[in-house]
Every structure is written in structure tokens, then in C-alpha cells.
Design a protein around this ligand. Structure first.
Ligand SMILES: C[S@@+](CC[C@H](N)C(=O)[O-])C[C@H]1O[C@@H](n2cnc3c(N)ncnc32)[C@H](O)[C@@H]1O
Length: 273
């Protein structure tokens, strides 16, 4: 049976979503590892992966911090956590621990960790304020918190303009809001972090414009295909709407002059004071 947590999560925790999160990680991996390096995440660090999902970043972090470091993956979906555990086992990592917990209900505790990594989680929680406070409580003074969170989701668009594909972006944002989240949560982070006792060291926007010749094009392709089915399962859209979106996607994909702009997220590096 599907647990309440599994069925509640707006994007779902099925196998296709596990694979899609892997694709998403590979698309942004170079940006992520460069950011971790700038933030000082290295051998021996103890890092929390907050809302780790199926553990793609978790395993990379485990390799980077090495046997003298440690990674704690926190995730509320048991299915995702199982996939993360299996991934780390296959990569021969024994320095990663896994904890199934809802960050809105359970305190992480005073772990005195050196760093935290939190990506695309704040858009899905009922209280981003509670999330950043919870992370602050688990870090030692002087520790570094790194966030990658959406700030301007509307930059998800195709050129030339396609009305059904534009409506897909609107539906995605509405579905996240209907489940209690906020797609543009990153905009509020400077104030939230200051209030929770962090000092912001750096904020960088990340957005890419890609054509179907780029690997990153596979991201909107898989996201659209999987999310049409998910939005239909949630009873939010009709089969006809889904067919219209897919038809327009086939058109942009067949047109060598088409471009896609990714939804913009902010990279925020902060120090816990
Ligand atoms: C879009 S996925 C991102 C996963 C991972 N951070 C990544 O970058 O691949 C969002 C994740 O946040 C988790 N999540 C959402 N709300 C949560 C909560 N209240 N407590 C713990 N995890 C949560 C979901 O289960 C999901 O794994």
C-alpha cells in the first residue's frame, strides 16, 4: 500500500520519478560540485543532505567527504530513502547514514555538523521558515549551509511561444501551491535565513537556455511526460490537455530553431552564525 507520505508528495515517488531525479542531477551536477568546492565541502566534512530524495547528490557527497567525513541523508519518503541506500551501497560508501523523517514534524537535533546541502526541497514544505531553523539547529556555529531553490519558476518557457506548454508551467506551479508549497520560495530566503541566524555569503542565479541538441533538453522532455501523467492522477487536468501539451512538445522538438529556458533557481551559500 502507498503510505500517506508517498501519495502526498506532489511529484510522486514512483520509479520514473527516481530516474528523472537522476537525469536532473546529471544536468546540474557540474554546477553543484563547483558550488560545493567554493563552499569548502571537502575531505573530512560532516554534511547533512536535507530532503535527499533517491540520493544522487548524497552519493557524490559521500565520495567527496571520504572515509574521514560523514553524510547524513534526511528524507521523508521511505521509497526514495531505500533507493538512496542502494545507490550508496553500490558505490561502496560506508560513511553515509540515512534517516527517514519529516522535516516539518521532527527536529534534526543538535548534530554540530559542518555543512548542509538542501536542493529543491523548500518549494514543497508547508513552512520554509521551519525548514531553515531546523537546519540551523543541526549545524555548528560557523558551519556552511548551501541551498539551491527555485526563485522564478516562470522562466520555464519555450521559444517560439507555445500556449499549451506555457499552460503546463502554470499548472505545475498551481499544483505545488495546492499541496501547500511555493515554487518561488527562494525569493524569501534572504529574509528567512537572516531571521534564523545565518549570514549570507553569496547568492547566484542559475538559469540555462538549451536547444534539443543539448543533454539538458532531456530535462523538460522527461519532466513534461512524467508530470502530465501525475497531474492527471491528481485529477488536476484532462487527458485532452495532456495531449495538447505533448503535441506542442513534439512540435518544438522537431523544430531545430526551438529553445527552452530552465526555471531559475538561486544558489545561496550562508554561514550559521
Ligand atoms: C524535488 S525532490 C529533490 C530531491 C533531492 N534534494 C535532489 O536534489 O535530487 C524534493 C524532495 O524533498 C522531499 N521532501 C519534501 N517535503 C519533505 C519533508 N517535509 N521532510 C522531508 N523531506 C521532504 C521529497 O520527499 C523529495 O525527496
Amino acid at each position: 500500500m502507498t503510505s500517506r507520505t508517498e501519495s502526498d508528495y506532489v511529484l510522486g515517488t514512483h520509479d520514473e520519478e527516481v530516474a528523472r531525479l537522476g537525469l536532473q542531477h546529471r544536468v546540474w551536477r557540474s554546477v553543484v560540485t563547483e558550488c560545493w568546492e567554493r563552499a569548502g565541502i571537502t575531505h573530512g566534512c560532516r554534511v547533512i543532505d536535507v530532503g535527499a530524495g533517491p540520493g544522487y547528490a548524497t552519493a557524490d557527497l559521500g565520495e567527496i567527504v571520504g572515509p574521514s567525513g560523514a553524510v547524513l541523508a534526511i528524507e521523508r519518503s521511505g521509497r526514495f530513502l531505500e533507493a538512496a541506500r542502494e545507490r550508496c551501497r553500490r558505490r561502496g560508501l560506508s560513511n553515509v547514514e540515512f534517516r527517514e523523517a519529516d522535516l516539518m514534524e521532527h527536529s534534526l537535533g543538535d548534530l554540530q555538523f559542518d555543512a548542509s546541502w538542501c536542493r529543491w526541497v523548500a518549494s514543497f514544505v508547508s513552512s520554509p521558515e521551519k525548514l531553515v531553523q531546523n537546519i540551523a539547529g543541526a549545524l555548528r556555529p560557523g558551519a556552511i549551509a548551501v541551498f539551491h531553490e527555485y526563485s522564478d519558476y516562470e522562466t520555464f518557457r519555450f521559444m517560439p511561444i507555445k500556449p499549451a506548454l506555457d499552460s503546463f508551467c502554470v499548472e505545475v506551479m498551481q499544483s505545488w501551491r495546492a499541496s501547500g508549497g511555493e515554487p518561488n520560495v527562494g525569493r524569501g530566503f534572504p529574509g528567512l535565513l537572516r531571521g534564523a541566524g545565518y549570514r549570507i555569503l553569496e547568492i547566484r542565479p542559475h538559469v540555462r537556455t538549451v536547444s534539443q541538441r543539448d543533454y539538458a533538453w532531456q530535462w523538460p522532455k522527461s519532466f513534461i511526460e512524467i508530470n502530465i501523467a501525475r497531474l492527471q492522477d491528481l485529477g488536476r487536468v484532462t487527458a485532452q490537455w495532456g495531449a495538447d501539451v505533448l503535441k506542442e512538445f513534439a512540435e518544438v522538438e522537431a523544430d531545430e530553431g526551438s529553445w527552452f529556458t530552465t526555471p531559475m533557481f538561486l544558489e545561496i551559500v550562508a554561514r550559521r552564525e
